[in-house]
Ligand binder design. Structure first.
Ligand SMILES: NC(=O)c1ccc[n+]([C@@H]2O[C@H](COP(=O)([O-])OP(=O)(O)OC[C@H]3O[C@@H](n4cnc5c(N)ncnc54)[C@H](OP(=O)(O)O)[C@@H]3O)[C@@H](O)[C@H]2O)c1
Length: 329
């Protein structure tokens, strides 16, 4: 097999495409021939030693991928050789093959395209868990999605629309706002025009008839959190998803008090570990929504697996709309 190897986590430039022995699956494991892998934000952090999870060196990055099972270890049930699966294993995906615990393999219905499947679990599971489970979003409510043209952002637009909500997308360019409207947003705010320290709050007010959004989905953090929290509706829910902008913001605690509003933490990875049954049931719902055409990953572009370093550069420079997918021949 071949794989991108991280021998020293000092950045993308240090990754090397290597020939490695193809691993043999042990008990409870599956060997996958990878067709496609997608980039998630933590994939960028992990090769820079900036992610909370630090795998032992050397490791193969690539959190999420899809392909076909080519061998199974002892004691695996419910899976077969040749079966198409999606897998979110944290590492191992930027390669031609990977061995993973069979429990992490999500069998795919016939209608599921492998490039979509490689870009599915992280963004939809996070956004469904955030909006529906943690945020208790109801039909008719208004959701403001920050970083709306990114991976989890585009998924949040689709899930909120599928739940019957009105969606205001906020993103960092006119092109990104246009994409958000195409994905289903009812309105979009370009925050390079309406900046957090400028007219952002006025624009949110205008688009919500002065009420503010019932739910805010925030994967960006930075300078947005405080002004956007100040704009939230009475009984609003502010979903803390991530900090793509870098700095972790802080919030004066009188603000939740004044709005009767909640600050709601979202950590999908730990939810999946602590509540595996609820997570499995959620993934089944989401796969059904995909097959029914209610959700579909926005794929910015597909690149050959050999172009991983260019893919990372696009993500780091905020040029990606939706998801980037790397494919093997
Ligand atoms: N809590 C959870 O369970 C969970 C699960 C998955 C992901 N996350 C987190 O959610 C965040 C977004 O993940 P993602 O996969 O959607 O990433 P992504 O596709 O790269 O999207 C992130 C978006 O953030 C915006 N952004 C603002 N400032 C940025 C900056 N300085 N650098 C990069 N992007 C910036 C960009 O949009 P604009 O250019 O339009 O501003 C970009 O589209 C990450 O922090 C990730 O760790 C959390």
């Amino acid at each position: 097999m071949q794989a991108w190897l991280c021998e020293s986590p000092v950045g993308v430039e240090a990754l090397a495409w290597r020939d490695l022995p193809t691993p043999v699956p042990g008990e409870g494991e599956a060997l996958i021939a990878i067709k496609a892998a997608s980039l998630n934000y933590p994939d960028l952090l992990i090769v820079q030693n900036k992610y909370q999870f630090k795998p032992p060196l050397p490791f193969v990055p690539g959190s999420e991928f899809a392909g076909s099972i080519v061998a199974l270890g002892e004691g695996t049930t419910g899976l077969g050789v040749g079966q198409r699966v999606a897998c979110l294993s944290g590492t191992g995906g930027f390669a031609t093959h990977a061995v993973v615990p069979a429990a992490l393999c999500m069998p795919l219905p016939e209608a599921f395209e492998l490039t979509d499947a490689a870009a599915f679990i992280m963004i939809y599971a996070t956004s469904y868990h955030a909006l529906i489970d943690r945020g208790a979003l109801r039909a008719g409510e208004t959701v403001l999605v920050l970083g709306a043209a990114g991976g989890v952002g585009t998924a949040a637009i689709q899930i909120a629309k599928a739940a019957g909500a009105r969606v205001i997308a906020a993103a960092g360019s006119g092109d990104k706002c246009e994409l958000c409207r195409q994905v289903g947003a009812d309105a979009a705010i370009d925050y390079t025009v309406h900046a957090p320290g400028g007219s952002l709050r006025d624009e949110i007010k205008r688009l919500t008839d002065g009420r503010g959004p019932d739910v805010v989905y925030d994967p960006v953090g930075g300078d947005f959190a405080e002004p956007v929290f100040r704009s939230i509706a009475w009984r609003g829910r502010y979903l803390v998803i991530g900090f793509a902008a870098g700095p972790i913001p802080s919030l004066p605690l009188n603000l939740p008090l004044l709005k009767g509003a909640s600050l709601v933490g979202v950590f999908w990875g730990d939810f999946a570990r602590r509540e595996p049954r609820a997570n499995a049931s959620m993934l089944q719902t989401l796969a059904g929504w995909y097959v029914a055409g209610r959700i579909k990953p926005v794929i910015d572009r597909e690149l050959p697996m050999s172009e991983l370093q260019s893919a990372y550069a696009l993500m780091a420079s905020r040029q990606v709309k939706g998801k980037l997918v790397l494919v093997n021949d």
